[in-house]
Design a protein around this ligand. Sequence first.
Ligand code: SAM
Length: 214
Amino acid sequence: MAHNIETQRQQLITSLRNGGVNDERVLSVIATTPREIFIDEAQRSMAYADCALPIAMGQTISQPLMVALMTQALQLSGEEKVLEIGTGSGYQTAILARLSAHVTSVERHQQLAFLAAKHLMQLGITNVSLYVGDGSLGWPDAAPYDRVLVTAAAPEVPKQLVDQLVTWGMLVIPVGSHTRQDLLVVHRAPWGPEIRSLGGCVFVPLVGEKGWSE
Ligand code: SAM
């Protein structure tokens, strides 16, 4: 079984490379972070399939390729203060925590935040602060951040999230309709936000004041 999991992980890494992930630090952290512990017992055989899977509260653990591409886009060196909106299972949080100095993560569902905290503790990850609330407004108490990652789809880039970045900080966020979005990279330049798209994606909605209504 252990050998089987190792083989599946290596196959996943190959498929991430084929999907355009070439940051070796990101690949190495994904190869050594057990995704199965963030997934319900019934889904565990699918832990290393490159697909999103259902978690509690009608939400999803993101597709590994999307986790890898978003993390790669953040260009983390290990020194950054990161804000993540949409903790979900905590899997992406674990990846960010292993590549940065500190992660503040906000989840709107208390039950998900509770489970994520348990799983992060299981992995011995301690550089994460988890909060329950509406992350569409960011988390001003710990601002400014070097990086912000939003793991749910917004109708537009919330100004509050850009305002909570340091100058030249970076926000990665899916923006578009309920059914289809563009993955945007927003740099907070001194003269204003600079935005580019990494391509199409599909995420669950960001629900909140600067997101969608429930
Ligand atoms: N990256 C996560 C993982 O690896 O498990 C998956 C995140 S899931 C695709 C999106 C999450 O965003 C859901 O857990 C959802 O409850 C949360 N969410 C949606 N709107 C939110 C908001 N306004 N504030 C905080 N979390 C929110």
